[in-house]
Design a protein around this ligand. Structure first.
Ligand SMILES: Cc1cc2nc3c(=O)[nH]c(=O)nc-3n(C[C@H](O)[C@H](O)[C@H](O)COP(=O)(O)OP(=O)(O)OC[C@H]3O[C@@H](n4cnc5c(N)ncnc54)[C@H](O)[C@@H]3O)c2cc1C
Ligand code: FES
Ligand code: FES
Length: 1305
């Protein structure tokens, strides 16, 4: 059979593909075949939304054109026949006109690194195509499938709010006292919302949108015919009728049906599965029909979940309430079901037949008794879904030739009640821990049970029904006794082995009871037997741009998909792709490497190993790493070699085909293992001051304990990427790298190739986020591609997939602290001793410098007269941990706030009083003997206390907690004092280069890289003020080693301070040279003076150099100043926890931050919000999970939860402290990138406060009881800490020698 042509449209242009390969995704096709690089690859698994595009097609059943968002990373091109695709490039451009969505996200400062921006733009754009005047709820809903790691989301919502018909911005003209524009004037602080002027925005004009391709419209009545596409390994048949489909299934029972590809796509990409014959039934009318029947609504199995959602919403609005109990249960599950992108393509039948043990819908369908119709050629049967439908793991009763035709969701009856529940790591997290559907039917007019069905996902290898428990309840009444009985029954029936996959045993078991308790209460409420608990109620010149909220200079290009990231660079003609081959063992000898199967993969070029390294195979910050492992591997993810092939797809296949055999060696995975085996890097680090013994002797109280802080994945949206281009002579090579550290990249590549550094050119345009993860670890990829390019003589590119990136490149260090603190009855601290242990991983990297910062910040903002802090770097068999925003300080400060909160509890004093009492004062010496000058922390504290109305709200919270049993609120205010400088003295230097061209335009270069933090924008502002010319005349093209050499990494929050001063110096040199020409022609323009200087043969190019004075500290003598100055801030947060599930809501956060005289308030506030939200992830959401063998389980957005649009505080008020110029940095500004991150600790301790309120309900509760809550405060930890009658029923013993599923590392 010859293959058909695939015809679709992209941005209005027809695409005809004669060789459509079913394995090709739309994303790969757009980026590589069509050169449309605006659509980004962030995860490849449908979890981040960076690849969002809009699909439009003519819907024959609805008789209209429909538009919906979709993830290009999971859409096979073969599914796109006669579909019109719109990408970010298709809606607007900086060259012509931005679309209002693009304009508003850019101008409202909603784009920092910009890597997420095109996807967010397309989600919003699609919403507006369907609903030009959306509500805020619809906007938030539309963005549910998109992640951003930089902005903290608030500015994006603020910008898009201007499209909303409710809460839309009136530009300050309305009478609404809460209008965002009214907030500025009366405050002593700058509030975040007033940083743009909505009046300037272009209006949205729906009539101007591109039309649906007329050619496709003309085809709407033409009969659809079967299509056939043939790829390298896979055949795709698009069936057009039910008969065709059943015939195909009869002939090829092994064929796989694919509708949305959300399951199959993941299996192909991540589980390396091959499906040689795919049949797509998406077009078949019977499988797309929706029928309202006698007993329920029947959906064809291919109906997308968005269609199910819309139909049920309409039914709920129209039908009597008693008929829609089940529908509301389904809708509740769909609400938390990933994003619109997924729901628009994923089918209801696909969800059922996938038979996932954690499916959200199957427990609901099973509990409701939904009817399934299954057909094959000549057979048809309809069954009710019950506990027999899933006979095993991922198995159903469907026969090999059968397909699922339809599923009928029943109406509920009078006296019938239904609820559904889903608990995952966060409310928008789609991967559930436990899901449930629960139904009860009462005998008419009574509360006597006729039917009770409780179905669960996440408690076995399939969806199950708790039959033993429910059977016993028939004819019983809905009362407290039944509740006790069911809970005891569930605790008995729903057991999990201590080593069950997914871990969290007690949490999951407790949830099964908590869910039932919620169901019990809900039913009582519906029966009118209880009241519900309250829900939460929802003299500078005009031209001088310093201090103004100038939007990020790349924002518009980022919003249009024009901004170039490393992997957007067009492919070279002879370019090759590289894929790393990494260890699957934590510690082992490599016995053999067999590449014979890999060599058979089409396009295979070579395998690289240590033998291919022409220079030194030794690399790393301390020379303790290898480019490719020699004969031993020391962590899972250790790079052993790499395959080089013609395409990334072939590279992936070849890498998977490389066979490695190992001889295992003993491995050390956790901090405790390392302590036990004395496995440390170097000797301990220490800071000591005062007389510890005397301090403890004087203390009224001493508290000691242990506290653990988990690690964190950087999760920059752009993964590591590098391209090496050999230049063909004298060992020259040019590399494009996504790195924060051009100098180390250059040095490491030169070393590995054995050439001088002057042959290696590193170029960085921008990064899609870095956060410290690209300070050193980016060299893992750049050295590998350099070896590949050297060996093959061709350009070689590698962009890590998200799972590889997470596995290989390490993250923030986990910490264990053992502490002892002595204090007086008044709460005043007199002595502190803390032993800090960090899990450094298999190489030293930056771990020592990070621990130094931990020790230097173990005081946070408090004066401690007698103190000793020690630090040990645990050498383990995990991938090396590395720099991460805050660089060890957040861990040091969180430990400080932990013991501080214990002092307050032990003394029975309000926590804020104890914190304030111990706070430093102006002129105090720190524990490292640096004098505090310009100490604004107390001002920030007092302002935050006042602006947050702390005391009034505290009383309200106490009242709320008294009135509510299962929901509790907590409030906490914490300070931060953040030392600014690199601790390594010589790194506190920077350079700049400025060229002025004869047309007056200025090309500026400096040592820092742009990764979303707005550094280039601030540098342009600095140069603009210094040269007194508009910012539009100044351009920064890139960061490169041949313009500014020997740069320090863009890190430690000092890049603006250092580079800004260097830029300033360079500008001064230019100004001095122009001075004579200005004097000669005082009324002339900048251009006149420039041209006059040129004609007088005066150089218009200058360098600038700066080093921070007086920075240098000795740990040996505890003297000298480690920091140039300090940044300060305070945050007050209020949370509400659900004691039954461990969920928490961030109700409100107030931040007062001292950023000196802000160079750019929009960027600074963006940094404060972004850092805070990243801290929120660190302390409350993000949990890395490792197997006992040291293998990371959490390798993508489906398993690792970063904050989403829903995670940010409902009220989020950021203020910059006024009138606090800083004489130590450029134009009196202060560092801002890292300091605010720690302020999210206010949320952590507010959660702890709320848990305390829950525990206080016990009759034998001791007000001074201390309890342990490690970081992050996940739902599991919150639930387990709210001890109650349910948790005690689910205590699970762990037998000796039982290996838990996951380890705390
Ligand atoms: C990012 C992401 C988020 C997700 N979030 C959730 C979530 O929150 N909750 C949840 O429960 N699931 C979730 N899933 C799983 C996913 O939603 C379901 O697997 C989805 O509904 C599958 O539909 P599909 O059309 O894409 O299936 P496909 O991948 O196309 O097919 C899935 C399976 O169903 C079979 N199949 C499809 N139609 C038929 C039919 N008519 N007859 C017989 N067999 C058929 C296929 O052969 C295949 O085995 C998520 C998946 C991803 C990738
Ligand atoms: S790249 Fe497609 S959703 Fe992340
Ligand atoms: S701006 Fe959103 S990920 Fe960087």
């Amino acid at each position: 059979m010859t293959a058909d042509e695939l015809v679709f449209f992209v941005n209005g242009k027809k695409v005809v593909e004669k060789n459509a390969d079913p394995e090709t995704t739309l994303l790969a096709y757009l980026r590589r075949k069509l050169g449309l690089s605006g659509t980004k690859l962030g995860c490849g698994e449908g979890g981040c939304g960076a690849c969002t595009v809009m699909f439009s097609k003519y819907d024959r059943l609805q008789n209209k054109i429909v538009h919906f968002p979709a993830n290009a990373c999971l859409a096979p091109i073969c599914s796109l026949h006669h579909v019109a695709v719109t990408t970010v490039e298709g809606i607007g451009s900086t060259r012509t006109r931005l679309h209002p969505v693009q304009e508003r996200i850019a101008k409202s400062h909603g784009s920092q690194c910009g890597f997420c921006t095109p996807g967010i733009v397309m989600s919003m754009y699609t919403l507006l195509r369907n609903q030009p005047e959306p509500t805020m709820e619809e906007i938030e809903d539309a963005l549910q499938g998109n992640l951003c790691r930089c902005t903290g989301y608030r500015p994006i919502l603020q910008g898009f709010r201007t499209f909303a018909r409710d809460g839309g911005c009136c530009g300050g003209k309305g009478n609404d006292p809460n209008c965002c524009m009214n907030q500025k004037k009366d405050h002593t602080v700058t509030l975040s919302p007033s940083l743009f002027n909505p009046e300037e925005f272009m209006p949205l004009d729906p009539t101007q949108e591109p039309i649906f391709p007329p050619e496709l419209l003309r085809l709407k009545d033409a009969p659809q015919k079967q299509l056939h596409f043939e790829g390298e390994r896979v055949t795709w048949i698009q069936a057009s009728t039910l008969k065709e489909l059943l015939d195909l299934k009869a002939q090829h029972p092994e064929a796989t049906l694919v509708v949305g590809n959300m399951e199959i796509g993941i299996e192909m990409k991540f589980k390396n599965k091959l499906f040689p014959l795919i049949v797509c039934p998406a077009w078949i009318p019977e499988l797309n029909s929706v029928e309202h029947g006698e007993e329920g609504i029947s959906f064809g199995a291919s109906c997308p979940l968005s269609c199910v959602e819309k139909t049920l919403l309409d039914a709920v609005a129209q039908l009597p309430t008693h008929k829609t109990e089940v529908f509301r249960g389904v809708l509740e599950q769909l609400r938390w079901f990933s994003g619109k992108q997924l729901k628009s393509v994923a089918s209801i039948g696909g969800n059922v037949i996938t038979a996932s043990p954690i499916s959200d819908l199957n427990p609901v369908f099973m509990a409701s008794g939904a009817k399934l119709t299954m057909v094959s050629r000549g057979t048809r049967r309809t069954i009710r879904m019950d506990h027999t439908f899933f006979p095993g793991y991922r198995k159903t009763l469907l026969g090999p030739e059968e397909i699922l035709l339809a599923i009928e969701i029943p109406y509920s009856r009078e006296g019938e009640f239904f609820s559904s529940f889903k608990q995952s790591s966060g409310r928008e997290d789609y991967v559930a821990k436990v899901t449930s559907g629960m139904r009860v039917l009462f005998k008419p007019g009574t509360t006597q049970i006729e039917e009770l069905v409780l179905c669960y996902g996440g408690m076995a290898d399939r969806t199950i029904s708790a039959l033993k428990t429910t059977r016993k309840q028939l004819s019983k009444f809905w009362n407290e006794e039944l509740l006790q009985d069911v809970c005891a029954g569930l605790a008995e029936e729903l057991q999990l082995a201590p080593d069950a996959p997914g871990g969290m045993i007690e949490f999951r078991r407790t949830l099964t009871l908590s869910f039932f308790f919620k169901f019990y209460l809900t039913v009582l409420q519906k029966l009118g037997k209880v009241d519900s608990e309250d829900e939460v109620p929802k003299g500078q010149s005009e031209e001088d741009m310093v201090g103004r909220p100038l939007p990020h200079l790349g924002a518009s290009m980022q919003a249009c998909g024009e901004a170039m990231y490393c992997d957007d660079i067009p492919r070279y003609q002879n370019e090759l792709s590289l894929r790393l081959v990494t260890s699957t063992r934590a510690h082992a000898k490599i016995k053999s490497i067999d590449t014979s199967e890999a060599q058979k993969v089409p396009g295979f070029v070579c395998f690289l190993s240590a033998d291919d390294v022409s220079g030194s195979n030794k690399t790393g910050f301390f020379n303790d790493e290898t480019v490719f492992a020699n004969d031993e591997v020391t962590c899972v993810g250790h790079i052993i070699g790499a395959v080089v092939t013609d395409t990334p797809e072939h590279a992936q296949r070849a890498a998977q085909a490389v066979k490695i055999t190992y001889e295992d060696l003993p491995a050390i995975i956790t901090i405790e293992d390392a302590i036990k085996h004395n496995s440390f890097y170097g000797s301990e680090l220490k800071i000591e001051k005062g007389d510890l013994q005397k301090g403890f002797a004087e203390a009224d109280n001493i508290v000691s304990g242990e506290f653990y802080i988990g690690g964190q994945e950087h999760f920059y949206l752009e993964t590591h990427c590098a391209i090496a281009v050999p230049k063909g002579e004298a060992g020259e090579m040019e590399l494009f790298v996504s790195t924060q550290n051009t100098t180390k990249t250059q040095a490491f590549v030169a070393k590995v190739l054995g050439v001088p550094a002057n042959r290696i050119l590193i170029r960085v345009k921008r990064l899609g986020g870095g956060f410290g993860g690209k300070e050193i670890r980016s060299t893992l990829v750049s050295t590998a591609v350099a070896v590949g390019a050297y060996k093959t003589g061709c350009p070689v590119r590698c962009m890590l997939d998200r799972d590889e990136d997470m596995l290989i490149t390490g993250g923030r260090h986990p910490f264990l602290a053992r502490y002892k603190v002595g204090f007086m009855k008044t709460g005043r601290i007199v002595a502190l001793e803390v032993d800090h242990y960090s899990n450094a991983g298999n190489t030293l990297d930056l771990s020592e410098a990070i621990m130094q910062q931990t020790l230097l910040h173990m005081d946070n903002g408090y004066k401690i007269p007698n103190i000793r802090g020690t630090g040990w770097l645990c050498k383990t068999n995990l991938p090396s941990n590395t720099a991460f925003r805050g660089f060890g300080r957040p861990q040091g400060m969180l430990i400080a706030e932990h013991w501080m909160s214990e002092i307050a509890v032990t003394c029975g004093l309000p926590a804020e009083e104890v914190r304030r009492k111990n706070m430093y004062k102006e002129g105090d010496l720190t524990h490292f003997n640096q004098k505090l000058e310009g100490f604004t922390l107390t001002r920030c504290w007092d302002e935050c206390l006042a602006s947050s109305q702390y005391h009034a709200r505290k009383s309200e919270i106490d009242k709320f907690n008294k009135e509510n049993c299962w929901k509790k609120r907590g409030l906490c205010i914490v300070p931060t004092k953040f030392g600014v400088s690199f601790t390594v003295h010589f790194l506190n230097q920077a350079g700049a280069l400025i060229h002025v061209y004869t047309d007056g335009s200025v090309l500026l270069t400096h040592g820092g890289t742009e990764m979303g933090q707005g550094l280039h924008t601030k540098m342009v502002q600095v140069a603009s003020r210094a040269l007194k010319i508009p910012t539009s005349k100044i351009y920064i093209s890139e960061t490169s080693t041949n313009t500014v050499p020997n740069t320090s990494p863009t890190a430690a929050s000092v890049s603006t301070d250092l580079n800004g001063q260097a830029v300033y110096e360079a500008c001064q040199t230019i100004l001095k040279r122009l001075e004579p020409f200005k004097r000669k022609n005082p009324s002339g323009s900048w251009e006149d003076w420039v041209i006059a200087a040129y004609q007088d043969a005066v150089s218009l190019s200058a360098t600038g150099f700066y080093k921070a004075p007086d920075v240098g500290y000795s740990f040996e003598t505890n003297s000298g100043n480690p920091f140039n100055y300090f940044s300060y801030g305070v945050a007050c947060s209020e949370v509400e926890i659900d004691c039954l599930t461990g969920d928490h809501k961030n109700l409100r956060t107030d931040i007062v931050m001292d950023v000196g005289s802000s160079l750019n308030p929009a960027i600074d506030i963006g940094q404060v919000e972004g850092a805070f939200v990243q801290g929120l992830g660190l302390f409350t959401l993000e949990e890395l999970q490792y197997s006992p063998e040291g293998s990371l389980y959490t390798r993508g957005p489906s398993t690792y939860k970063i904050p989403t649009f829903d995670s940010i505080p409902i009220e989020f008020r950021v203020s910059l402290l006024r009138d606090s110029p800083n004489k130590k940095a450029i134009y009196a500004s202060k560092a801002v990138g890292e300091p605010p991150l720690f302020l999210a600790a206010s949320v952590f301790f507010a959660i702890k406060d709320a848990i305390r309120a829950a525990r206080a309900q016990h009759k034998d509760y001791d007000m001074k009881e201390l309890f342990r809550l490690d970081s992050p405060a996940t739902q599991e930890k919150i639930r387990n800490a709210c001890v109650d009658k349910f948790t005690t029923l689910c205590v699970t013993g762990v037998p000796e020698n039982c290996k838990a599923w996951s380890l705390r590392v």
